[in-house]
Design a protein around this ligand. Structure first.
Ligand SMILES: NC(=O)c1ccc[n+]([C@@H]2O[C@H](COP(=O)([O-])OP(=O)(O)OC[C@H]3O[C@@H](n4cnc5c(N)ncnc54)[C@H](OP(=O)(O)O)[C@@H]3O)[C@@H](O)[C@H]2O)c1
Length: 236
């Protein structure tokens, strides 16, 4: 990551913050964006910009001409029975998970291309692979994002830009607070995963840094399932 210019969108908490920390430890020139500027970010060696990627006309900050890595983290967990979902719920999940990513990717394509070896990492969910009740809205949005990732991997390969998607299962971040708010919920969630625990932001950050680095130079168009075996393993 030495001398690579890396932008993490959604770096003020959770997975994005963990990615930001690991990228700095690995020598990246880090740029970060989120709606808040937190103390944890101020402790990091980053140029942070406050921005809401869902707002109408976003203006991205001044970034280097060459951007080697872009990580898009903003997302949502709207869990509701399908018959109770409103159009607003569905639109809001789409806007943050897909709409924001589209705006950022379109704006930064020239910078990624200029780097000569750009890498994009997007975040889906295990629920886009395995049907889960009450996940219809978020799954529609994340499945669209996976489609976008694969399509762009094809379209941008000629510009030497790789695009990959990480699909986590439940990960211990502020986004998942309500799902992990009691010891009973934590234990039940851990038991649902073949590896016997929920994910950590560090589990995700390690994979992101790998996908941003030259160690993954021949990997593009993939959906990497980091989910303690949830999407692929059945315990008998
Ligand atoms: N945690 C899980 O269990 C889990 C499971 C499956 C998939 N995922 C996916 O993993 C990704 C990261 O999730 P996380 O758990 O790390 O979430 P998180 O803790 O809520 O962090 C999300 C980050 O995005 C920023 N953000 C949110 N809305 C934004 C906006 N409109 N404009 C700019 N920044 C915005 C937040 O900062 P501000 O509030 O300061 O803007 C925060 O830094 C998401 O895409 C999520 O869907 C998570």
């Amino acid at each position: 990551m030495q001398n690579k210019n890396i932008l993490v969108i959604g770096a003020s908490s959770g997975i994005g913050l963990s990615v930001a920390k690991l990228a700095v430890q690995n020598g990246a020139n880090l740029y970060t964006v989120s709606r808040r500027s937190t103390a944890a970010l101020q402790d990091l060696s980053t140029r942070h910009y406050v921005l809401d990627v869902v707002s109408e006309d976003i203006v991205l900050p001044q970034l280097p001409d060459a951007l080697h890595g872009l990580v898009y983290c903003p997302g949502s967990i709207t869990l509701k029975p399908f018959h109770r979902l409103t159009e607003k719920d569905i639109r809001s999940d789409y806007d943050i998970n897909v709409g924001g990513a589209v705006k950022v990717l379109q704006a930064l394509y020239p910078n990624l291309k200029k780097s000569g070896n750009g890498s994009v990492v997007l975040f889906s969910t295990v629920a886009a692979q395995v049907g889960m009740s009450h996940h219809a809205s978020i799954t529609m949005a994340k499945s669209a994002l996976e489609g976008l990732g694969k399509s762009l991997a094809a379209e941008w390969a000629g510009s030497s830009i790789r695009v990959n998607v990480i699909a986590p299962s439940l990960t211990d971040t502020p986004l998942a607070t309500s799902l992990l708010s009691t010891p009973e919920k934590r234990e039940a969630s851990a038991k649902r995963h073949p590896l016997g625990r929920v994910g950590t932001p560090e589990d995700m950050a390690a994979a992101v840094v790998f996908l941003l680095s030259d160690a993954s130079a021949w990997i593009t168009g993939q959906v990497l399932h980091i989910d303690g075996g949830m999407s692929s393993v059945k315990m008998l």
